[in-house]
Design a protein around this ligand. Structure first.
Ligand SMILES: [Zn+2]
Length: 266
């Protein structure tokens, strides 16, 4: 099944642009169905209260549990001190399976990373071109999986996207999504250098057309097995890896190696 790893839904409470106003899904769902997309990861729009935005999105997740997965939005500064309870509630009460952070709100924080580590959640962090932070995230939180949307830049910043390819290739916990990437050769190079296991198909719907975004993946002309990874296999692996029980046993293994034991506290 094809899974779109990046789509917004719900109402924002701003009025700046589509991103904080509204993300209606009717057209997206028609287009996704026509393209053969069977499941979609939803995240809220920008909002001044992510506890509320996540709660509202949870109603959609509960109504269509087979169609949608959810990533909970948190604001690293505004939610400081309550990120962990906010995310734990999102996971346990509403079934969210990942975290969304956007640098337009604030830069990602240790508090967010540590909550994600503890709860076993992947983090989709829009770096807005600031790709160098990926080095720090990869080294400080090797047991958290980070998805960098738009290959590092929704704004089509070629330098940022090019610069992401190196850390994407070197760090096992750094992934990228394909949404809104216009320079096709960079997608091709990402697969070639980092491998099909490091790219996730995403549309950034409902604002971008999921069929158009999916066509870019088809145009990569991957083998059937590699294409399946990009179109959902990688995401499912990340979510599986995120289960607390598996995470705990992975941590035990790392503690068993004496050199790694020192720095691996929670
Ligand atoms: Zn987005």
């Amino acid at each position: 099944m094809i899974i779109d790893c990046h789509c917004h839904a719900g109402k924002g409470d701003g009025l700046t642009g589509p991103w904080d106003t509204a993300a209606p899904l009717a057209a997206y769902l028609r287009r996704a169905a026509a393209a053969g997309i069977g499941q979609t990861v939803l995240m809220p729009t920008f909002h001044s209260d992510y506890a509320q935005a996540n709660r509202e999105l949870a109603q959609l997740l509960a109504a269509y549990p087979d169609r949608f997965l959810g990533f909970a939005f948190v604001h690293p500064v505004r939610d400081r001190g309550r990120v962990w309870p906010l995310l734990r509630g999102a996971v346990e009460r509403y079934g969210f399976v990942g975290v969304k952070v956007h640098r337009a709100d604030a830069r990602i924080s240790r508090e967010v990373c540590e909550a994600a580590l503890d709860l076993g959640l992947p983090v989709l962090y829009d770096v807005m071109g600031e790709v160098e932070v990926v080095e720090l995230l990869a080294q400080e939180y090797p047991d958290v999986d980070f998805i960098v949307p738009h290959l590092g830049s929704f704004a089509d910043d070629w330098r940022a996207q090019q610069a992401l390819l190196d850390p994407l290739s070197r760090h096992p916990n750094i992934y990228a999504d394909t949404s809104a990437v216009r320079r096709f050769d960079l997608l091709a190079e990402a697969v070639q250098r980092a491998g099909p296991g490091k790219l996730l198909f995403g549309s950034d719907g409902p604002w971008l057309h999921p069929g158009v975004e999916l066509a870019k993946i088809r145009a990569l002309r991957l083998s059937a097995a590699d294409e399946r990874l990009v179109l959902g296999g990688n995401l499912l692996r990340l979510l599986g890896r995120g289960r607390p029980a598996e995470r705990a046993s992975a941590n035990l293994k790392s503690v068993a190696a004496p050199a790694a034991a020192a720095g691996r506290g929670r």
